[in-house]
Design a protein around this ligand. Structure first.
Ligand code: CA
Ligand code: CA
Ligand code: CA
Length: 374
């Protein structure tokens, strides 16, 4: 009995030791010594450590590696000043990897029944639930997983256990719930969507991630709302859609940066809609992120390609907050990695978004010439 216990104990200890070695090997310590950079990220993507530990590309899920996020993190993991509004199915903000990244309305006292900041929404703390017309995605009708998954791809804290994490874990996420408990919206919902877009703009978001699409032509009032957003400096990142056909709405409109999906080999999956509107592509086949309760899950769709682009755009704004939506698009497309036949194409647009190259291009443009590579 005692012998068995010792044997089991020693096996368990060996397994733990091997695991710790593997985890240790997969982490890369970034020393501040001799660094000219002032933007070495703090311990935002390690839990509780005092130094600047950054995961290397072999420690992260393929999507983050494919867009060169780990190299970009040497420059920035994102600024808390930059807010990305996720108009989606709501976010489970109790997930530990997300809760610290939630935007908090600075002028609102939670739960007092008063619209303290007088923005028209009572007790709107992390955003607004336009589906239920109440302050929280976690009250009223049940949450669909999609929005949490998208938010995780943009800004979740890196987990060394699953390799999951967001492109820009230093930024803030605004939760604007629009889709219902099955991930749908209806033609009676256009006003909700317009209100959500206006909310994002009026409450300080710099990027809207719109991983939703419409099977009917949306009313012009929705396009006008998106135009208001762009004119006020908000980048709208949308999707090509998943019908295996032409780019749908909202990605078909020029106000929206339409993102197509690619797989780990850079191929366009059959579902990813194509057309001249496709600006860029992002990882969108078997990508891994968080579902409600924080459990990792895998999903495919252009919905999950767009957040990679939104995340990279958020990194760019973090180092150069005055960039306009048009300038962001120039940097994103100009640094994308060309796929398929040379030049822009209907499947991948300018190519796969590249976080490290885009961040470096913006840094060079603002006169900070240090070049960093892994
Ligand atoms: Ca309010
Ligand atoms: Ca209040
Ligand atoms: Ca609710």
């Amino acid at each position: 009995m005692l012998k068995n216990f010792h044997r089991i104990f020693s096996i368990v200890a060996s397994v733990i030791l091997v695991f710790l070695i593997l985890v240790g090997l997969s982490w890369h310590y970034v020393s501040n010594e001799g660094e000219q950079l002032s933007r070495i990220p703090e311990a935002k993507i390690s839990r509780g450590a005092g130094g600047a530990f950054l995961p290397t590309r072999d420690a992260v899920q393929w999507g983050l590696a494919a867009i060169n996020a780990p190299a970009a993190w040497h420059v920035t993991t994102g600024s808390a000043e930059i807010v990305v509004a996720v108009i989606d199915s709501g976010i489970d903000y109790t997930v530990p990897e997300l809760s610290a990244m939630m935007w908090k309305n600075p002028g609102e006292v939670p739960g007092n029944g008063v619209d303290d900041d007088k923005n028209g929404y009572v007790d709107d703390v992390f955003g607004w639930d336009f589906r239920d017309d109440d302050p929280s995605s976690l009250t009223g009708t049940p949450l669909y997983w999609h929005g949490t998954f998208v938010a995780g791809l943009i800004a979740a804290t890196f987990s060394p256990f699953t390799g999951t994490g967001g492109v820009a874990p230093g930024i803030r996420i605004m939760d604007l719930r629009f889709l219902d408990s099955r991930g749908f919206f209806y033609t009676s919902d256009w006003d909700k969507l317009i209100r959500a877009i206006d909310y994002a703009v009026e409450n300080g978001a710099r990027i809207i991630n719109l991983s939703i699409y419409s099977s009917v032509i949306p009313p012009a009032a929705v396009q006008r709302a998106l135009r208001r957003a762009v004119e006020k400096g908000v980048l709208v990142v949308g999707i090509a859609g998943n019908a295996g056909s032409r780019v749908g709405y909202f990605g078909r409109w020029p106000e929206v940066v339409a993102v197509g999906a690619v797989d780990e080999e850079g191929r366009v999956p059959s579902f990813s809609n194509q057309g001249p509107e496709v600006a860029l592509s992002g990882p969108g086949v078997d990508v891994v992120s968080l579902g409600p309760s924080g459990l990792p899950r895998t999903a495919s769709g252009t919905s999950f390609a767009a957040p990679y682009v939104a995340g990279v755009a958020a990194l760019l704004l973090s180092i150069s907050p005055d960039l306009s939506p048009a300038e962001l698009v120039v940097f994103l497309k100009g640094t994308a990695r060309d796929l398929g036949k040379p030049g822009s194409d209907y499947g991948t647009g300018a190519g796969l978004v590249d976080a490290a190259a885009a961040v470096e291009a913006v840094r060079l443009s603002i006169g900070k010439s240090e070049i960093f590579s892994e």
